[in-house]
Every structure is written in structure tokens, then in C-alpha cells.
Design a protein around this ligand. Structure first.
Ligand code: TYM
Length: 345
């Protein structure tokens, strides 16, 4: 536990992000999060800390065996996508108890009204809020703790997490204000690129999600080449040809989604893609997209499947990552306890 705790606004540039191990990974998770995590790792400008947020997953009931499997599968996914445990810290949330400890402090900082405004709470709790878990309600305070326990300065996420990151900023500001300190950084969300909101293949107004009842609505990271091609072939589109500039995608959500996916997978901007494919019909574009998706995703799913046979290796990587994460988190928690007035901190 060596790291000196910083208490000024000059924080070490550090990236934190997390993914829930609650079911399989989708193309949305890959393009909106994982691929960008790898890019930030490779940029080398920040320390990078990535987490399987199992404590978040249990805010709705999870079968314990499935949760264990999903956590290991997610770890395999991170590594197969290019996260290198020698370059990034990779671990599961429950193995670093400081997350839950800081979350308690933040439960006492954040206000009920802030939580009530969260659209994810409203969506997930549905009409019967009285029957939702307390954990689901307090979810964003745990998320703030995930980030701030590392004094993370930057958080790459998809568009759907924007509101939670605003709340994280509010928690940091209120804590600093209430205790008269400049201790927690006001974190920057990093929501960039063409694919920060990948939409359902069946409905361009809905997010691609692992919880959508229709499997045809999403591409799973474990889908084989034929399944990927079939889902793209059946993806909803409109009868027009593709435009040659992004302005032409306005009011065409399904067309825009497929072009965004192409751009995300190929690492191009939407305008670069349209400069190439403008004027083409979907009958021509969809096979191009399938080919690209299979070329990018097949090696990842093959590697994931291979790693899943090496459970001991995965558990070793997770244990090592948790150790590294605790070295960063423990002194920050200790200092937080001191600030708050806990004796013996
Ligand atoms: P989760 O597990 O739902 O999703 C993980 C990441 O994938 C992104 N994502 C998408 N991006 C683009 N298009 C989509 N269709 C799509 N679906 C998912 C999400 O935006 C996210 O970046 N609350 C978080 C997990 C979390 C977290 C954190 C994230 C817990 N603590 C701290 C960042 C920092 C969640 O449920 O993500």
C-alpha cells in the first residue's frame, strides 16, 4: 500500500470503467466500451483500470453459478478483445471491498432525489418501485465509488451511462464541499466515436441490449459467422440507397445504426464510410458489414472460448488485478475515513 494520496486537483491521469457480468456481451458493449478501453490502454497516456462489476449485477437477482461463469467469461472477453493484464489492472469488483466501503459513505452524501431522477432506475424498477431492491436504487452511488476509489479522471462509457457519470461528478463536488476539501476529482466522461449508442437491429429507436427478449435484435460476442450474417441480413432498414454524407442519415435511424456499426468496427468516421459506400443499396452494404463484423468478432469469440477452458489462468489474472487495485484503493479509502471523522482510520 505505497501510493501517496493526492489531495489537490492535480490527479494522475487514470481511466476506470466497468461492465456488468449479467449475461453475454453484445456488439454494443464491444463497440461502446471494450474496444475503446483497449484503445485507451494502447494510447499509454493514462493508467487503465477495468472491472467486472459483480456487485452491480446482483442489484437484480442472479443465479450464483451463472454469475460466477459470467464473471469469468467477461474476463475472457476483456483479454480476448485486447486488454493486457500487464498493461491494465483487470479484476472483479467484489474482490476489492473498498468499493462497497466507499459506496456507504456516498450513500450518505447522495440525495434520494438524485437517485429518483435516474432514467435507468425508472426503466429497471418499472412500475412496482416498492418491490425493487434497495441496491438497485443506490446503484449510482456504488458506481461513483467504483470510479472515485481510484481518483479516476476519465471514464469511457456508452451514451446510456452519461447520467450516472453526471451523478458521479455531483457526488465528488458535494463531498468536497461538505467536508471543505479538494479530495475527489470531478471525473470526465469519455463518450466518443461513432458507436457510443449501438441500436437494436430490429428497432432503430431502441438500444441494443443483452436483456432484449429478441435475440435477433443484437449481435452477441459469442455468435458464429452464420448467425452474425443472418442477423445482419434480417436487420431492419429502409428502401433508400445510402447517402454520401452523414446529413443524409437524419431521420433514418436503422440506416444510421448500420453505418455507425460499420464505422465503429472499421475504425473510420461515419463520413469516411459514407464516402465509400454512398449510393449503394442495403443489398450490397449488408454483406460488406457482415464480412467486416465476422472478421473483427470471430477471432475474439474463438479466443474467449479458448480462455474459458483455462479457468485457473483467469482466476489468477483476477486475483493479481484485485491485489493491484487494492493498492490504489486502500490509501484513498483511509484518507476518506479520516476526512469524514472515523476514529482508527
Ligand atoms: P453495462 O454493463 O450495461 O454496459 C457496459 C458498457 O457497455 C456500454 N453499452 C453500450 N454502448 C453502446 N451501445 C450499446 N447498445 C451499449 N450497451 C452497453 C455501456 O454504456 C457501458 O459503458 N453501470 C454500468 C457499469 C458500471 C460502470 C461503473 C461503468 C458500474 N460501475 C463505473 C463505468 C464506471 C453498466 O451497467 O454498464
Amino acid at each position: 500500500m505505497t501510493e501517496a494520496v493526492q489531495t489537490s486537483s492535480t490527479f494522475t491521469p487514470r481511466v476506470f470503467s466497468g461492465i456488468q457480468p449479467s449475461g453475454g456481451l453484445t456488439l454494443g458493449n464491444y463497440l461502446g466500451a471494450m474496444k475503446r478501453f483497449v484503445d485507451m490502454q494502447e494510447a499509454g497516456t493514462h493508467e487503465t483500470v477495468y472491472c467486472m462489476v459483480d456487485l452491480h449485477a446482483i442489484t437484480v437477482w442472479q443465479d450464483p453459478d451463472k454469475l460466477r461463469r459470467a464473471t469469468r467469461e467477461l474476463c475472457a472477453g476483456f483479454i480476448a478483445a485486447g486488454i493486457d493484464p500487464a498493461k491494465s489492472i483487470l479484476f472483479n469488483q467484489s474482490a476489492v471491498p473498498e468499493h462497497a466501503q466507499l459506496a456507504w459513505i456516498f450513500n450518505c452524501v447522495a440525495r434520494m432525489g438524485w437517485m429518483q431522477r435516474m432514467t435507468q432506475w425508472k426503466d429497471k424498477a418499472g412500475k412496482n418501485t416498492q418491490n425493487a431492491s434497495l441496491g438497485l436504487f443506490a446503484y449510482p452511488a456504488l458506481m461513483a465509488a467504483d470510479i472515485l476509489i481510484y481518483h479516476a479522471t476519465h471514464v469511457p462509457v456508452g451514451e446510456d451511462q452519461k447520467q450516472h457519470l453526471e451523478l458521479t461528478r455531483d457526488v465528488a463536488i458535494k463531498f468536497n464541499h461538505d467536508y471543505g476539501v479538494d479530495f475527489f476529482p470531478v471525473t470526465e466522461p469519455v463518450i466518443e466515436g461513432a458507436a457510443t449508442r449501438v441500436m437494436s437491429l430490429r428497432d432503430g429507436s431502441k438500444k441494443m441490449s443483452k436483456s432484449d427478449p429478441s435475440d435477433a435484435s443484437r449481435i452477441n460476442m459469442t455468435d458464429d459467422a452464420d448467425t452474425i450474417a443472418k442477423k445482419i441480413r434480417k436487420a431492419k432498414t429502409d428502401p433508400e440507397a445510402l447517402p454520401s454524407e452523414s446529413k443524409g442519415l437524419e431521420d433514418r435511424p436503422e440506416a444510421r445504426n448500420l453505418v455507425n456499426i460499420y464505422a465503429g468496427l472499421s475504425g473510420q468516421t461515419v463520413d469516411q464510410v459514407l464516402a465509400d459506400v454512398g449510393g449503394k443499396q442495403f443489398s450490397e452494404f449488408k454483406p460488406m458489414l457482415s464480412e467486416l463484423a465476422v472478421a473483427k468478432l470471430a477471432p475474439i469469440s474463438t479466443e474467449m472460448a479458448r480462455l474459458m477452458q483455462e479457468q485457473d489462468e483467469i482466476d489468477k489474472i483476477l486475483a493479481q488485478g484485485a491485489g493491484q487495485a487494492r493498492e490504489l484503493a486502500a490509501p484513498i479509502l483511509k484518507k476518506t475515513y479520516e476526512i469524514v471523522g472515523m476514529v482508527g482510520a
